[in-house]
Design a protein around this ligand. Structure first.
Ligand code: SAH
Ligand code: MG
Length: 211
């Protein structure tokens, strides 16, 4: 989350009335066990975007405990859409499985493994890709998934401004990640096969649309 926006974000979040009990339960769990699920206003924005009539199949990189996956999966179920989601951590993968089961959704395909290897094994095309895993590998996740993206499809990149460390002082240990993210943002602006916008909300969101 971008510290500078804390109050504005809080204002937005206070306006959101979540009615889904499972979603509320997962939010509580995430708070208790420190699972970095998307912030509420970003979750609402994801929901808003995937409701688009052109979004049917979704790829998610970074399932964690299934929070964003269930939110998006539910929206596309009505359109007969499927959501593929990848998680490297066994415990989180298992918790996600339990949550998906509780949700009753039958359109979520969970893959346990490293997205660096798993994305290119998928034999499907997608209308929407949500990248929300290890920031040091964002460029690779992008390059692997853009190949599976349909025309006019969107890649949504979360946490791309990494707590504001891209433009302000940061702890030394993050030097490589900060450098990679800055380069990644330049690279996205320069890509010729689509357009890119950088949105300073949540923890920074990047949106790429393929031509
Ligand atoms: N999208 C989720 C939150 C994901 S948190 C939500 O908003 O509900 C990021 C997750 O990515 C973590 O659970 C982490 O284990 C996973 N991850 C990190 N690197 C990964 C990789 N290379 N492949 C797959 N998953 C990865
Ligand atoms: Mg995130």
């Amino acid at each position: 989350m971008l510290e500078e926006l804390k109050e504005a974000n809080q204002y937005v979040i206070n306006k959101i009335k979540e009615k889904d009990l499972l979603i509320l339960e997962i939010e509580e769990y995430a708070k208790e066990y420190n699972v970095p699920i998307v912030t509420k206003e970003v979750a609402e924005y994801l929901r808003f975007l995937v409701r688009d009539k052109n979004v049917k199949n979704i790829l998610e990189v970074g399932t964690a405990i299934g929070y964003s996956g269930i939110i998006m999966g539910k929206e596309i179920e009505k359109k007969d859409g499927k959501l593929y989601t990848i998680e490297i951590d066994e415990e989180r993968y298992n918790t996600a499985q339990e949550n998906i089961k509780k949700s009753g959704l039958k359109n979520i395909i969970s893959i346990k493994g490293d997205a660096i290897e798993e994305i290119s094994k998928i034999n499907e095309y997608f209308d929407f890709v949500f990248i929300d895993a290890s920031k040091g590998h964002y460029k690779q996740f992008f390059e692997d998934s853009v190949k599976l993206l349909n025309k006019d499809g969107i890649i949504f990149i979360d946490n791309i401004m990494f707590r504001g460390y891209l433009y302000k002082e940061y702890p030394k240990r993050f030097k490589t990640i900060v450098k990679r993210l800055n380069e990644f943002i330049e690279y996205l602006h320069e890509r010729k096969d689509g357009e890119f916008v950088l949105l300073p909300f949540g923890d920074g969101v990047g949106l790429f649309r393929k031509k």
